[in-house]
Write a protein of this length. Sequence first.
Length: 349
Amino acid sequence: MTRFVKQLLSLILGVAVFAGCCLVDEDVRDCETEYFLDYEMLMITNLNTEINTELSIGTDIQIAQALRTYLDDVFNDFAHDVDLGFYDVVRDEVEGDSIRLHHETHVMDASESSYMLYIPIRDYMHLAVANIEDNTTIDIEDGNLCHKARLSQNVSDTVSCHNTGIFTARLPMYIPEDKSETFEVSLYMANCACAMVIDTIGSNITDMKVFATGFATEFSICDSSYRFSYTPVVKADEVKLPDVGAVCFTTVTFPSRDPEYTKVSIETEDPFISERSEDALWHLSVYTTLADGSITETLLGVGTPLRAGQLKIFRAKVLGNGAVQPDDPTVGVSVALDWEPGNHHEIEL
């Protein structure tokens, strides 16, 4: 496990005191004072460890380089944009939730930047999201309500991979009335990735597609927890490789179901080591087309969770009948020869 604690995003919020707010007996809740927020991107990941372990010999080095390039916009602490929300700490009687009192979005395109905000003196719950603007799969839903605010994946039978690494933070801000205060806000990665490197030497396949299931569909920003509202099929992207006798498919998603954890990874001591579940927690489906036009379906069941910030690489080989045999003996395998699309799969091959 490798921890990347990198560039400081320092967003400075400074405000001036209104005339009359210095009166001792006056209600200062609508007045403003000076305080600061320091934002820090904390990327806890096993990316380097996993790639160096699985892809470090011979032609694997070329695969590793291609995979790193593909994942560069995901496992990256560079903040293109930030979405900042400041919420009341008391639930609104009409909304039944704490409402957003102030909201700002900024395009940073940098590792650090400074902003000045003017908001009244009061206690807040602060929620922050980084790198959401250019993500074509994830949106912020119900952002005006604190406990309902969530990152929601586009609802569809088959969905695309996330194309950016999403980072989030939440912080109670208790604002003193008589002095300035500095708050430190840590943003943690909310999505993860899986890669399959499949040896095709000696096979007679003409096409291959990979899909994945078993991942969360929503992320609650305030309580940092994942929800499984439906069961989408994620279409893996093929990573372009040189002629190395192998193909590589990658998915970037929310984490899988996890018997041990339900939130983002904030522990720095082996956060990706887990016990194997007796039942598969998530699945990979590989469809290979043979020279005669027939399709072989291989279903792979994975019993270890895929967690936020994690990269998992599987090695496998295509057999003569089109089946895909994983190197990891703990991965469950089910093969269907001469497979034909059925009503139980809404997959565009």
